[in-house]
Design a protein around this ligand. Structure first.
Ligand code: PRP
Length: 208
C-alpha cells in the first residue's frame, strides 16, 4: 500500500484528477463528508487529505510515503524529503506586493506581513534590507490596507485578490508549481511503488 499525502483545497482537486488519470483512483474521495483517509485496495493507494502546508511534514516524518506539494511549502519548511518531479500544475508566484501608491522608505525597517516567514527573510537578507516580519496565517492582503505592514510576501496566482484590494506586485521572488515528493526511507523500501508513480506522472507532463 502506498500512502499518499494529498493537499486539500484548490491544488488538491487538480492533483487528484492527475492521479486518477494515471490509475491511482479512489472513487470514495468524491464523497462529500469529513473523512480524511481514503483507501483503494485494488489500486494499492491510501490517501490522507491534509492542509497543503502540512503535506511535507507528513512525508518527512514517514506518516505518508509520498506527497504532492507546492514548491512554496518546500522552500518555507526546508523539509528533509526527496523532491522527485515538477508536475507543472498549481503554477503561481511568491511576490512582494503593496498598495498602489507604495513608496519605499529606505531610512527605516520595512514591515513585511506574510505566512512565508523564511522565504521573506531569505529574500530580504540577500538584498541586505532590514525588515520586521509580521506573521499572519491568511488574508495577508489586509495588512497593508490597514497599515499593519508596508508590504506583503504572498502567493499570486491570477492576480485577482491583489486587484480586488487595490494592491500591486512590487517584485517577484520565485515561481512556484506542485512537486512530487517522497519520504527518504520510503524511497528505499518502497522503491518500486514510488518509482512506478514517478514514471506514470512523468509520462503525463506536457512535453518541453
Ligand atoms: C492565496 C494567496 C492569495 C490568493 C492569490 O490565498 O494567499 O490571497 O490565494 O490568488 P489569486 O492571485 O488568484 O487571487 P488562499 O486562497 O490560499 O487563502 P489564504 O488567504 O488563507 O492564504
Amino acid at each position: 500500500m502506498l500512502n499518499i499525502a494529498l493537499p486539500k483545497g484548490r491544488l488538491g482537486d487538480q492533483v487528484y484528477e492527475l492521479l486518477d488519470g494515471i490509475g491511482y483512483d479512489c472513487r470514495d474521495i468524491y464523497l462529500d463528508n469529513r473523512r480524511l483517509v481514503f483507501e483503494n485496495e485494488q489500486t494499492g493507494v491510501r490517501y490522507f487529505l491534509v492542509k497543503p502546508s502540512d503535506v511535507a511534514i507528513y512525508v518527512e516524518h514517514g506518516a505518508a510515503d509520498v506527497g504532492i506539494v507546492g514548491k512554496d511549502i518546500l522552500l518555507e519548511s526546508a523539509a528533509d524529503v526527496y523532491e522527485l518531479l515538477d508536475l507543472h500544475i498549481g503554477k503561481c508566484r511568491v511576490c512582494v506586493a503593496g498598495k498602489q501608491d507604495f513608496r519605499e522608505d529606505t531610512g527605516r525597517r520595512l514591515r513585511v506581513a506574510t505566512k512565508f516567514v523564511n522565504i521573506a527573510k531569505g529574500y530580504y537578507a540577500a538584498l541586505n534590507r532590514e525588515i520586521e516580519i509580521i506573521k499572519l496565517n491568511g488574508s495577508i492582503e489586509l495588512a497593508p490596507i490597514l497599515g499593519l505592514s508596508d508590504v506583503i510576501v504572498d502567493i499570486v496566482e491570477s492576480g485577482a485578490t491583489l486587484r480586488e484590494n487595490n494592491l500591486r506586485v512590487i517584485s517577484e521572488i520565485v515561481p512556484i508549481s506542485a512537486r512530487y515528493i517522497a519520504n527518504k526511507a520510503a524511497y528505499k523500501f518502497k522503491q518500486a511503488e514510488v518509482a512506478t508513480m514517478l514514471t506514470k506522472l512523468a509520462a503525463k507532463l506536457p512535453q518541453a
